[in-house]
Structure formats: C-alpha cells, structure tokens
Design a protein. Structure first.
Length: 324
C-alpha cells in the first residue's frame, strides 16, 4: 500500500576476521552437497576479494557493535554476499579506502555500517531512507538523520522531533529530546540508511555515484526478500505469517520515494505487501511543502498503526529510556 498524506486519524583493521555461519540440519545428501557448494563458493569469493574490500566488509556484522542478533538468524553479510563479492563493490571499497587515506571522510570507518549492525536484517520491520551523511565534524555516525549525543541537533531532526511532539496519537512523546542520537530506534527494528554511506568532509554528495547507490538498492531488496521468505516458510499460523512478511517504509522527499520504490520493484516485491508512507522531506526548506507535507502528516503514528496491522510491535519513538 502506498500512502501519501491524508487527513490523520483522531576501528581497527579487521580485514582477516572470520565469521561463523549457522545452518539448519540437513536431512539428505543433496542438501549437504548444496551447502558444501555454497561454502566453497563463499571461500572462493573471499580469496578473490581485494584488501580494500575485505577491510570495508570487516565492519559489517561486527560483533563488537551488532545488537539484538540471534545466532540462528540471517546476517547482513549472508544476505548481501553476492553484491559484496561483485566488481562494483570492489571498486567502491577501493575508492573509499583511497579517499580515507587522502581526506577526512565521514562517518568514521568503524561506523560505516552502523545502521545495519544496530538493526540486524532479521529484526527489521520499518525502513527510513536518507540521502547523504552529514558532512560536518562529529555529526555522521552511520544512521540517517542521527547525530551523537553532545552534537547540536540538525534542523531536519528538529522538525522530526517537532512532528512527533505534535502528533496526538503518540502521547508518550511528552517533551522534545535534548540530543539527536537515534540508536534506540534502530535497536527496535528501524533500519535508517542513507542512499550513500560516506562523504568527504565539507563536501555534500562528494561520494555520489561511486557505488553506494547500488549497495543500498541491494539492502532494500534483501530485507524485502527476507521478509517474504520468512513469511512463507514460518512455522506459525499461515495468516499471521502473511501479515508479518511486510515492511513499513517512511519515505521523506522524492529521492527517497523513488529510491525505495525502484529497489522494491527490482526485488519482485508487490508493493501491496508493504505499507509505504510518503511525505515531503523534513528539512526546513521542504517540511511544509508539496501536496504531502511532512509537518502535520502524523507519519509516525500512521507507521505504528501499519505495524500493528501487520502483527509487529509498534515503535516507541522516544530516544531515551529502556527498550520496550
């Protein structure tokens, strides 16, 4: 379901790190052979990876930063394995490594995949798509729109907080936060990715069209496929699984909307399986514009309503406090 605005309802070098993959028991020889072939293919891909690629990938599914990850659930590395082994990702990794050697690049390399590490693929139920990391000092830390505690809250995030505060259907958001760290959202299953994951200091969009766009397309497709598969093969009631195989997308601005819809089409995912809420961008320049303005959209309570209808737990949008 695609929903625009409507009247609201009352660091270290870890290039040689290895990971352990858990697989289900095999019940026949063919499955054993298939798994062995996959293992050999994975090892072959790892041997052919450049040092730059291996180093960049070492920060993905990092056990020192990954949270809420069940050992039996799919990893981001597993879900994105084909793309991580591609020539295009290799070129991207070489570019990013070269840029980091010559310039200051944000976010810090250990935070490059923070959005994925804090929100494992098996936990993802809501997706927010940003554009470019903050390019000022100490701002970007791997989550779109988010900044670390102690950093001044950016204008777009101030409008996000204002919309939450003014939404009558989110009564527990009683005061505007004093910091801009959104990690608590990620730990509840909100995947907050930028279209591009890195940027040169002081130069917005400087890493545009270097390969990140294809990578983030694959992230959206992977999470859409994962939900579809788990919904089809789960052991619970089939109707319940059907409801839970969808995702909620909060898409702010035309670039985010086109990005997600194109990626979903490439995944073969029917848009009716997902709930897509589109508004203008929350920046001061766009928050009150277009036929679907961000301000007054009540997009956060609408997202929670969609999550409940799918059988998911809703998001507690507060940025402080114990996790629900």
């Amino acid at each position: 379901m695609i929903s625009s605005f409507f009247k609201p309802k009352p660091k270290r070098d870890r290039a040689n790190n290895s990971t352990t993959t858990n697989t289900d028991k095999n019940y026949d020889g063919s499955k054993n052979n298939n798994n062995e072939n996959k293992r050999l293919k994975t090892n072959h891909n790892k041997k052919n990876q450049s040092d730059e690629t291996s180093k960049l990938i070492s920060y993905l599914d990092d056990p020192t930063t990954t949270t809420n990850h069940s050992p039996n659930s799919q990893s981001w590395k597993g879900a994105l394995d084909k793309h991580l082994s591609s020539l295009s990702f290799g070129r991207l990794a070489s570019f990013v490594e070269s840029e980091r050697k010559k310039y200051t690049v944000f976010p810090p390399e250990e935070d490059t995949f923070a959005a994925l590490n804090l929100c494992p693929i098996s936990n993802t139920k809501l997706v927010i798509v940003g554009q470019d990391p903050y390019h000022g000092p100490h701002q970007a830390h791997g989550l779109c729109f988010s900044v670390r505690k102690g950093v001044q809250i950016p204008p777009s995030l101030r409008n996000i907080y204002k919309e939450l505060f003014n939404d009558p259907n989110i009564p527990n958001f009683a005061s505007k936060p004093t910091h801009g760290n959104l990690e608590r959202w990620a730990k509840q299953g909100v995947l907050m990715i930028n279209n591009v994951f890195t940027v040169k200091s002081g130069q917005a969009h400087s890493h545009k069209k270097k390969g990140w766009e294809e990578f983030t397309d694959e992230i959206i497709r992977a999470v859409a496929r994962r939900k579809k598969i788990e919904g089809e093969i789960g052991n619970d009631d089939s109707n319940k699984n059907k409801k839970k195989d969808g995702l909620v997308f909060l898409l702010w601005g035309k670039p985010a909307t086109l990005k997600a819809q194109t990626a979903l089409a490439g995944a073969g995912s029917s848009s009716s399986r997902h709930h897509i809420i589109c508004t203008s961008h929350p920046s001061p320049l766009g928050a009150t514009k277009t036929s679907a303005p961000f301000m007054g959209s009540q997009c956060f309570s609408r997202a929670n309503e969609a999550l409940r209808e799918m059988g998911h737990n809703e998001i507690d949008w507060n940025v402080d406090g114990e996790l629900p």
